[in-house]
Design a protein around this ligand. Structure first.
Ligand code: ZN
Length: 106
């Protein structure tokens, strides 16, 4: 999984200004089999985004949501201990349901 993620990071762009994210600024919050959660801060406009990456049999699916939380704040929400895959799944489902609302919010 790490290999595909490393390949993916350079392709990620800021959803606000389209600036290419610098992979070194990506904070990995959770990394589990097939699912990775990242916190990215745009070096250009400073907007932070949480990105959920799922590796499925159909390929890599990524989903971003804007956040005003700093990386370390998000990390504290996630906690130091790994959360269960069920919780990650819940988050994915939650965010999928809200994707339309997020766009309106932007
Ligand atoms: Zn930006």
């Amino acid at each position: 999984m790490k290999t595909s993620l490393e390949n993916l990071k350079p392709l990620m762009r800021c959803s606000v200004c389209n600036h290419k994210y610098e992979p070194v600024k990506a904070l990995v919050l959770e990394e589990q089999e097939g699912q990775t959660t990242l916190h990215l801060t745009c070096a250009s406009c400073g907007v932070s985004t949480m990105v959920f990456v799922s590796t499925t049999q159909f390929g890599v699916v990524s989903m971003g949501i804007l956040t005003d939380l700093e990386g370390n704040e998000v990390r504290s929400l996630f906690g130091d201990d790994a959360i269960s895959s069920d919780q990650v799944l819940d988050m994915h489902t939650f965010l999928k349901g809200f994707s339309g609302g997020v766009k309106e919010f932007i």
